[in-house]
Design a protein around this ligand. Structure first.
Ligand code: FES
Ligand SMILES: [Fe+2]
Length: 367
């Protein structure tokens, strides 16, 4: 298992952190929501990815979450996430710099520690007291795991997932470049849990016409997630032995899906003919009403390992598969995922999608 760091800040009175925002359920109340948008306040109670760890250094970077801007920076090795708005004149702190273990605002030099507390206001001199209001909002929790930075803006309902494949030394890890665009976060996850689209959307890559009829599957429910496994026909264009005629191009693959609310999917693809298995891990960052970023990590394994060329081919293939999905996702008009199950027309092969909607509704309605 990878090293994990989690920090928890006390919620700050008088800031927007740790307080309920418009639309969230109060104690004992249940909120009815017809659809989950990228900025639904219920998502404040979830761990959400905000950046790749490797992209966070001592130069502040701006990111967006649930429609609000945040600055992410590393101070003394620890990841700090703060509201990207200096309390003085609301200048973006992401334009500032790290100085003496603080984040210094570029405008008038106010300095903030990793919890968002202002520790110096140069214009009034060191002897002057610092107003209580001189504070940047900070999330409830910050965690660095799986090569990503996560935050929970309020106390989270669901723990981060355990993903054992990250610690499997037989697997080759490849972090794909983040996929950012006009996407609905929940729709991206729904797409990754969907099997019935393979024969259509992925006909240029692995989608086999044999997969038009989708086999039944059983859903194993957990408190905030589920698992399901199925075997499905594929056209194995990613199998070099199929190209040389040593393997049939029409093969089967076993797919094990693991979902955890709100935006985590682990997909384990096992290839009995080709050999080996791929684990693909998805996390999604809902940035603004019309923008999300999907982080995809491949954890690949095949008997005998990979040559550099084989690995490059595998990775290029996975980019093509994701691009096929995203080309449709960005064309959806409404980016909110319906939670009212009467909005869409579900059939028996949509079990996983229905579970997703049920669990997201559970997040929204959690007391
Ligand atoms: S706006 Fe940040 S110090 Fe003035
Ligand atoms: Fe797909």
């Amino acid at each position: 298992m990878e090293k994990t760091t989690v920090s928890r800040h006390e919620t700050q009175p008088g800031t927007r952190f740790g307080t309920r925002r418009n639309g969230s359920a109060g104690p004992g109340q249940r909120r009815q929501v017809r659809a989950l948008s990228n900025v639904d306040p219920a998502l404040r109670r979830c761990w959400l990815a905000v950046a790749r760890s490797a992209a966070v250094g001592t130069t502040p970077v701006k990111t967006w979450l649930l429609g609000e801007p945040y600055v992410v920076v590393r101070i003394d090795g620890e990841v700090v996430v703060l509201e990207d708005r200096c309390p003085h004149r609301l200048a973006p702190l992401s334009a500032g710099e790290v100085v003496d273990s603080t984040l210094e605002c570029a405008y008038h030099g106010w300095r903030f520690d990793g919890t968002g507390r202002c520790v110096e206001i140069p214009s009034v001199g060191k002897a002057a007291s610092i107003p209580q209001k001189a504070r940047c909002g900070a999330p409830y929790g910050i965690a660095e795991r799986y090569g990503l930075v996560f935050v929970a803006l309020d106390a989270p309902l669901v723990d981060l997932p355990e993903v054992d494949a990250f610690g499997d030394p037989t697997r080759v890890r490849v972090d794909l470049d983040p996929f950012s665009g006009r996407y609905g976060a929940a729709q991206l996850i729904d797409n990754q849990l969907d099997v019935a689209h393979f024969a259509y959307l992925h006909r240029e890559t692995f989608g086999s016409s044999e997969a038009r009829v989708v086999p039944g599957c059983e859903i194993v429910r957990h408190r905030w997630g589920f698992e399901t496994t199925m075997s499905i026909p594929i056209t194995a264009r990613n199998d070099p032995a199929a190209a040389s005629g040593d393997h049939p191009v029409e093969q089967e693959r076993t797919m094990r899906y693991r979902y955890l609310a709100p935006f985590f999917v682990e997909l384990e693809l096992t290839y009995p003919v080709m050999g080996g298995s791929n684990v693909i891990v998805f996390f999604v960052q809902p940035e603004t009403p019309e923008r999300s970023t999907m982080y995809v990590t491949l954890l690949l394994e095949q008997p005998g390992g990979f040559t550099a060329g084989e690995l490059a081919d595998r990775v290029a293939f996975e980019y093509r598969v994701v691009d096929e999905d995203l080309a449709l996702q960005e064309r959806f008009d409404d980016l909110a995922l319906p939670l009212d199950v009467t909005t869409e027309c579900h059939v028996r092969t949509d079990k996983a999608s229905l579970e997703l909607r049920r669990l997201l509704a559970q997040i929204v309605q959690a007391p």
